[in-house]
Design a protein around this ligand. Sequence first.
Ligand code: ARG
Length: 459
Amino acid sequence: MKLWGGRFTKSTDSFTDHFHSSISFDSRMYKEDILGSCAHATMLGNQGIISKEDSEKIVEALKEILVEIENGQIQFDEKAEDIHMNIETILISKIGDVGKRLHTGRSRNDQVALDIRMYLKEQITEIKSLVKELIEVLNNIAEKNVETVMPGYTHLQNAQPVTLAHHLLAYVEMFKRDYDRLSDTYKRTNVLPLGSGALATTTYPLDRNFVKEQLGFDSITLDSMDGVSDRDFVIELLSALSMIMMHLSRFCEEIIIWNSQQYKFVEIDDSYSTGSSIMPQKKNPDMAELIRGKTGRVYGHLMAMLTVMKGIPLAYNKDMQEDKEGVFDAVDTLKMCLPVFTRMMETMTFNKENMRQAARKGFMNATDAADWLVKQGVPFRDAHAIIGQLVLYCVNNDKNLDDLTLEEYKSVSDVFTEDIYNAIDLDTCVNSRKVEGGPSKEYITSLINLNKEVIKEMK
Ligand code: ARG
């Protein structure tokens, strides 16, 4: 008979068992379920709700079950529905009637809310450390490339020269925000729902604060109906993970472009590339493509969960069992993508010379040439027009601004002197942008140092 079978006269159909069972995916919360039950049983004993002796017996048996699960000695049963009832059933089979006292003053509704919060807290901490590692690797690569000039793009058209360090640190900023978002999500996950009961707490004198301390939560939920039916923290986490995937995906897209024969800015290491079954020459950026592709499934889980929650009346409804597979898959996906991406970056070769050559194309120093004229007293709009004329001349004669003779410059404006060449030199273009946020070596070095401090503070 089912643990809840008292009021039923027929057993469930096997379709029913298979359809509503969640053990195939919630079994991964076995540790959280057991630790939560241990804290609950200890509290029941302390409060005199069950005897101390029974409470100790329950805790001891639960700890044995934990070891047995970890040793692979336990087979879960689909008929027992979920991890909560599987463990309770095993407990009862071990210690009989005493085991039947564990569920006093508790519902699976607050139990599952507890388990998933505990499970996700650990996952958030792991993912934060993976994000931290990535930030560290990018900051280190940046440190070696404060002078690596490369094209900066808008519309994927050459715009102004930047450095590889400047470009990489843009991603460091994104991942720093991601890290903060995870910390923020953690705060709202770190609230204990146990004690909410099915929806309206219980008549037993529970000590929720004791359980909170035992399980390392920051605080307790303040309304039991919200306590059992809140899944905001799942959605927040999915949103934070989606954002990380979006950042990884943008970065992957750039790496795929940079790794192409047309760009050749980088070469992905053999250990992070794969070949073609037909074209012997191929070396494909498959890791980057897969990460870009997997972004879709994480977004999908976010959308799914927002949709699952949108029409659910208070308090618990079975729809909410759908919270787990998506967020588990999202967490697993991030835990695969982040380290692969980090290692791929760590082992990548940067072709500095190709980047610099590319930065020479497309008149990326045109703004600097105009700015130089402005500094000689020419109004900006006139300067813009003068340089525009020179660019057109260069286009028609297949030249760069740097290649023009002083006579050619002077033919458009007699303000030009030899100094123009230094002003439009790529390194000058980069290093005179000393404004905070810009590509100058001076500023970027200070940002790299700041990031080192930020990384130290990351736990
Ligand atoms: N397996 C369920 C879930 O994941 C546990 C809670 C079941 N509660 C209930 N009243 N049927 O949500």
